[in-house]
Design a protein around this ligand. Structure first.
Ligand SMILES: [Zn+2]
Length: 313
């Protein structure tokens, strides 16, 4: 009886001192966040570490934007808060004359670039968009992210068209070799294009998700190493070949030093929580310029005015 009374007294004392509050508060927070995570198991492994975003923002991959790279750390504004953004993220592969799902003829590409220019769109880089998502830096009023996969030779012609218009793109290339050779890729990098990783050998059959851990590590980590050796770039972003990823691939990608990754479909709404599986939009070669315009418009929101999330029309 005495022991019990003593126990009650101690408990009351603890509550008065506020310790009980803290214990109760932390357990409520823990159960609350667990409940929030439950419906989306992949999110648990993704997390939203601001530190990583800060690293990504301070040390942008590729060679540009030079203005961001040169800016001293002390002059950068403090982190605000993660925010979603909706922007056109266009995915291209080849640029041969025969229009197809993965081939866009150069005259068609030219029309698309002219459409983007005349409608006020400006090309941005992955470090810019990721920094923006994590509350740092600014984006032009109408940002567009142009991506090209596979390091195909025909991309040279597309790059020429982009340069003529003062536009840039992100190239996802393989560490194990591409149609574009290293000298060509170095020149492309020199021209201000961003070069990121598309793994070592572009595994599709089987895809990344079916590889052994050792092989997966080779694909993810070695491609970064080779791109650094050959091109002097620190590839911080990854495009999954065939868009194949799962929680294990994401975990391994983070371990290998990536701060973000892109899938192959899904539109233009990017959120900090899915930064290892941000969507893109395939631009088919048989798209009319009118349909292209509709596609781009459907993925456009006003970034500065939607801090809580992009507007999806
Ligand atoms: Zn590919």
């Amino acid at each position: 009886m005495v022991v019990r009374r003593l126990y009650v007294l101690v408990l009351v004392a603890l509550l008065v001192m506020g310790i009980g509050d803290r214990v109760a508060g932390s357990s409520a927070a823990a159960s609350g966040s667990a409940a929030a995570r439950r419906p989306r198991p992949l999110m648990r492994s993704l997390g939203t570490s601001l530190q990583e975003a800060e690293v990504a923002a301070r040390y942008p991959a590729g060679v540009f934007p030079r203005s961001v790279a040169r800016e001293p750390a002390s002059s950068q504004p403090p982190l605000v808060r993660p925010r979603a953004i909706t922007l056109p993220v266009l995915m291209y592969h080849g640029f041969t004359s025969l229009a197809g799902e993965y081939e866009v003829p150069i005259p068609v590409f030219r029309e698309q670039l002219d459409w983007l220019k005349s409608h006020g769109y400006r090309t941005v880089t992955l470090p810019q968009v990721y920094a923006y998502m994590f509350g740092r830096g600014r984006l032009p009023r109408k940002p567009v992210l142009i991506t090209m996969d596979d390091g195909r030779l025909s991309q040279l012609a597309a790059i020429r068209e982009l340069r003529k218009r003062g536009m840039r793109a992100v190239l996802f290339v393989m560490g194990g070799g591409n149609q574009l050779d290293w000298a060509q890729l170095r020149k492309i990098k020199y021209w201000g294009f961003e070069i990121e990783s598309h793994t070592m050998t572009h595994p599709l059959h089987p895809p990344l998700t079916k590889l052994s851990s050792a092989r997966l590590w080779y694909e993810l980590y070695n491609s970064r190493r080779v791109l650094r050796q050959r091109l002097g770039v620190s590839a911080r972003y990854l495009a999954y070949p065939g868009g194949a990823y799962d929680a294990r691939v994401v975990r391994m990608a983070r371990k290998a030093g990536y701060v973000g990754a892109l899938g192959s479909w899904g539109g233009g709404r990017w959120t900090p929580a899915q930064r290892f599986s941000e969507p893109r939009m395939l631009v088919r070669g048989d798209l009319s310029v009118r349909a292209f315009g509709q596609l781009v418009r459907s993925m456009t929101s006003k970034p500065a005015e939607s801090p809580g999330g992009g507007i999806n029309p």
